[in-house]
Ligand binder design. Structure first.
Ligand SMILES: Cc1cc2nc3c(=O)[nH]c(=O)nc-3n(C[C@H](O)[C@H](O)[C@H](O)COP(=O)(O)OP(=O)(O)OC[C@H]3O[C@@H](n4cnc5c(N)ncnc54)[C@H](O)[C@@H]3O)c2cc1C
Length: 401
């Protein structure tokens, strides 16, 4: 039987779409993945969890996702995945007014976030050097999760609800009949479907190109170092630091710390040519940079690291929804390094879009793929220097994680 909804990609996004599509009884749902669930960028994700964004619909996606993470055992029947270490956002003093404004907006939307001074932050996380800070945003319930586990949990719960899943089934092309996508081509033959949801992450652009569809996605690599140290001698909180341009978080029960560089990146042509391992010299550079914020990182050993690939759009926000004049295809791509923490609510909103009833889900219209041609890229009212749109200047600085 042909599925009503065929999801290409079983990362956190595709698995979430499948779960919510099944939950909403959107008919027969099938998921195909060229490898296995969670094996794409979701398993390389640093998986920071926060609700701090400068664009209100993203705050809503993060908040709604957080509520789902809080209800995880009831939602998907598996143990909770979020570790609440607390999360802090550090911005340069000149951006403190924007931080203040964004925190106010977030609180009005229901986020649990406080502004803290340098002294207060030093008391919360004594390992942080805070002398260059005027204000920071502190989310006591922030922390981190696990991309592979979330993708696996959502897909397992989707399968419990009748979704079918084909692993090791690469899609070679989308099948296009005029103004409609009618299915996908695989080695097993054509799979026809009512709606194809493309959630193939960094592998999506060539599939679209082959169907004559161009999307503004550019790929960037980014490295994450894994530090090992004595218990309690690494990061005590998760942190996104705009000043030093790094992020970090605890890992491994207090014996480890993950450190990622925001601008430690280069453009990528083919994600399959980016090995999951990372060049030790680049890892040293990321850790040295982060040690400006947490000097104790220099005393830790670098036990390993990962190279991940981000699917960046010109405004660093995802492309969600259908393309004008083309039926049968819904995009859920271009997450620009921030897709983990919003994945539960994105899947729900995409399923609601297919169903045609929002029913309290987040309005994802601002993320429509056509916004660039229409001249409406997302521009938050109070942006940070790390996330200003770079529409004409190519792809440069964006905040991820
Ligand atoms: C290093 C790194 C750190 C990050 N840190 C954070 C963070 O701290 N917080 C946060 O919120 N986000 C973070 N992100 C971003 C987040 O992890 C991603 O946005 C998210 O995992 C993307 O999920 P996805 O399902 O879109 O893609 P993926 O997980 O890559 O899934 C796509 C799936 O599609 C499959 N696929 C691809 N092509 C085909 C095909 N032709 N046929 C069939 N299947 C196909 C792949 O096998 C894969 O399983 C980070 C990302 C990276 C790389």
């Amino acid at each position: 039987m042909n599925p009503d909804v065929l999801v290409v990609g079983a990362g956190v996004i595709g698995s979430s779409v499948a779960f919510h599509a099944a939950d909403r009884a959107l008919g027969a749902v099938e998921v195909v993945d060229r490898n296995a669930v969670g094996s794409g960028m979701s398993c390389r994700s640093s998986a920071l969890v926060r609700t701090h964004y400068a664009f209100p619909p993203e705050v809503e996606l993060a908040l709604r996702s957080r509520r789902m993470f809080d209800a995880w055992p009831d939602l998907v029947g598996r143990p909770s995945v979020v570790r609440e270490t607390g999360w802090v956002k550090i911005v340069p003093p000149r951006e403190a007014p924007h931080l203040r404004a964004n925190v106010q907006i977030q609180k009005a939307l229901g986020a649990q976030v406080e502004l803290v001074t340098a002294e207060e932050l030093a008391a919360i996380a004594p390992e942080l050097w805070t002398e260059d800070i005027e204000l920071a945003a502190w989310e006591e319930r922030g922390g981190y999760g696990d991309g592979a586990a979330v993708a696996g949990d959502l897909l397992a719960a989707a399968r419990d609800r009748g979704v079918t899943y084909r692993a090791k089934t690469p899609v070679s092309s989308l099948v296009r009949r005029g103004d409609r996508i009618t299915g996908v081509e695989t080695a097993d033959g054509v799979l026809s479907a009512g709606i194809v949801v493309l959630a193939a992450g960094v592998w999506a652009p060539p599939l679209l190109e082959r169907a004559g569809i161009e999307v503004p996605i550019e790929l960037e690599s980014s490295r994450v170092a894994v530090l090992r140290h004595r218990q309690g001698e690494g990061a005590s909180v998760a942190c996104t630091d705009v000043i030093t341009d790094v992020y970090f978080r605890p890992e491994g029960g207090g014996y480890g710390t993950l450190v990622g560089g925001h601008h430690d990146s280069g453009t990528v042509d083919d994600p399959d040519h980016v090995p999951a391992s990372a060049d030790p010299e680049r890892l040293v550079h990321v850790v040295e940079t982060a040690s400006r914020r947490a000097p104790r990182f220099l005393d830790a050993g670098i036990a390993g690291g990962t190279t991940g690939v981000y699917d960046m759009t010109p405004d660093s926000r995802p492309l969600l929804g259908a393309l004008p004049g083309l039926d049968g295809l819904v995009l859920a791509v271009g997450f620009s390094g921030t897709g983990f923490k919003i994945s539960p609510a994105v899947g729900e909103a995409v399923a609601a879009l297919i169903e045609g009833h929002r029913n309290g889900t987040v309005d994802i219209t601002p993320f429509r793929p056509s916004r660039f041609q229409e001249g409406f890229p997302i521009r938050p009212e109070f942006p940070y220097s790390s996330e200003e749109p770079v529409l004409s200047a190519g792809f440069a600085a964006h905040e991820k994680a």
